[in-house]
Design a protein around this ligand. Structure first.
Ligand code: UDP
Length: 161
């Protein structure tokens, strides 16, 4: 990269990714994590939990009036979820591409939803849809102390050897 350019990559951009209950139950957690690792993103937070309706109603506050909202709550509380924060250049937008269309019938093969699901009510994974949304969701799901900064051994091994 030319340091003089104004559009330096923001390597600290973060997004929230969640493996929904159907993804956990179908043992897809490892494959979903693998996709984000191999793309080059950095895992900075991870936990498994049974979500409360209170947390979900805040997470999906924009969908409260939708007809599918009650079934969405039922789905999302039907078992534990694995929620993660991933970091890297353009991670919000790239994650949305990796996850695929909300409706798996329209999701491209090669995306998580396009490869692992066939119905919008069981679409395996969540990804924040904007920078603002990501910030809001990360604050909702994680405490600051549970997000970790770490350096890759590529950069540190020679200095500590
Ligand atoms: N959803 C659903 N029926 C619909 C639309 C959405 O059950 O007709 C669920 C689905 O699980 C989706 C979630 O509600 O992932 C949130 O919807 P949104 O439009 O925010 O899509 P996303 O950002 O997850 O792609």
């Amino acid at each position: 990269f030319h340091r003089s350019q104004t559009s330096l990559p923001d390597l600290r951009e973060r997004t929230l990714i969640a493996v929904k209950p159907d993804g956990v139950q179908r043992r897809l957690v490892g494959q979903i994590i693998q996709r984000f690792e191999q793309r080059g993103f950095k895992l900075v937070g991870l936990k498994m939990l049974q979500v409360s309706e209170d947390l979900l109603s805040q997470h999906y506050c924009e969908l409260r009036t939708k007809p599918f909202y009650p079934s969405l709550l039922h789905y999302m509380t039907s078992g534990p979820v694995v929620v993660m924060v991933w970091e890297g250049h353009n991670v919000v937008q790239t994650s949305r591409t990796m996850v695929g269309h909300t409706n798996p019938a329209q999701a491209q093969a090669g995306t998580v939803r396009g490869d692992f699901s066939f119905h919008v009510s069981r679409n395996v994974v969540h990804a924040s849809d904007s920078l603002e949304g990501a910030q809001r969701e990360i604050q909702l799901w994680f405490q600051g102390k549970d997000l970790l900064n770490w350096d890759c051994c590529d950069q540190t091994c020679t200095s500590e050897a």
